[in-house]
Design a protein around this ligand. Sequence first.
Ligand SMILES: Cc1ncc(COP(=O)(O)O)c(C=O)c1O
Length: 381
Amino acid sequence: MQNQKSLFQLDPDVHYLNCAYLSPQLKSVEQAGMEGMKRKNNPMYIKAHHFFDDAAEVKQLFGQMINAKAQQVAIIPSTSYGFANALNNVPCKKGQHIICVSEEFPSGYFAAHQWAKTHDAELITIGTEANITASEWHEKIMDKINDQTAAVLISSVHWSNGIRFKLKTIGAKCKMLGAKLIVDGTQSVGAYPINVVEENIDVVVCAAYKWLMGPYATGLAYYDESFNEGKPIEESWMNRTNAMNFSQLANYDHHYTEGAGRYNVGQNANMIQLPMMKAALSQILAWEVSEIQYYCESLMHQLFDFCNDIGAEVVEEDFRSNHLVGIALPESVDFDELTHCFQTRNIISSVRGSRIRISPHVYNTQNDIEAVIDAISICSK
Ligand SMILES: Cc1ncc(COP(=O)(O)O)c(C=O)c1O
C-alpha cells in the first residue's frame, strides 16, 4: 500500500503517531458528517426509512470486517454500554468467576468488577507480577480458565503495552468449557484482522474513534446468537419490529428486531455520526485490514530493531502488533528529556504508565519513525 496521507488533513509539520488515542479524520468522513448535519435543515425530506438505512449499512460493513452477520451487530455509544449489555446476560452459578488481565482499560475492568460484585463472585485478574512476559501472561490466562469460568473479558490488543493475546487459543478453551469470551476490540479492530467465528468470540465491543476512524461517541458491538434472547439495558422503540411504521408505534410491539437488534442504543439513527461511520468503514475495507497491518509493519520494523539495540523492551514478536506498541525504555534514556524532545520536534505519541506508546497508521511515513529514533538516541546517556 502507498502512503495515504493525502486522504487526511493532518498538519504537515507534525509526526502524528497516536491513532491509539484518536484517529485523525478522513476527508471523506468529514464530508459525510457535514452532509449529515445539513440534512436536518429540511426535515421534510427525512423519511421513516432514513432512520434505519444507515444503521443497516454500518452493521453490514462492520460484520464484513469481523466475519459476522449484520444482524448480530449493534450500534452502541461506548464500550461501557456494550459491556453492560453483554455481562448483564452472563449468568453466574455458585462458585463461578470472571477473568480479566491486569491494567485492562477501565471500561472493561469496571464491567467485570460490577458483574463479580452483583453475583458475589470472584474477579480474577491475571498478570499483576512485575516483568511478566507476554507468553507467560498468556499461559497464565490459559491455566486459569476452567469449568468454573463464566466469562473472560480481554482486549484484543492491550491498550498500554500493545500485547496481542492469542484470542483463538483462549476462545477454543472458553468454548470447550462453556465460558463466554468478551473482547474489547477498540485497540485493534480495523487495524488487525479479527474473525469472530474462527476465534470463537462471543462478544466484541469497539469504540469507533480510533482504529475504526469514526466519530466520537459511536461504537459497534457484536453479540453472538446465544445473546439473542437476552435483556437489553434499555427499551428503545427503535428496536421493535414495527419501528418503521411510524403511524402505528402506539400499537405496542413487544418483539425486538432480529439478532442483536435489541442491544442498539436508543436514538441510534444519528444522521451525522452514522454516515461518518459508514464512510470510515468503507475506506478501511477498501484498504483492507491486513494491508493496513502490513503497512504498519513496514514502518515499525526499523523501530523494533532500534529498541532491540538499545535494550528497550517491546512485546515479544509472537504477541506483537505493528500498529500499537508500548516501549519500556532502558534507564539510559532520560524520560523527562525525551518527553520534552518529543514536544519540541512535534512527535505526538502517548505516555501510558512507564511506556511510550507509538501507534502509526497509513498516513505515517518512515520519516515519522526516524524522528522517534532520533529523539530517543539524543536522550540516551
Ligand atoms: C481498550 C479501550 N477500550 C475502550 C476505550 C474507550 O472506552 P469507552 O468507549 O467506554 O469510553 C479505550 C479508550 O482509550 C480503550 O483504549
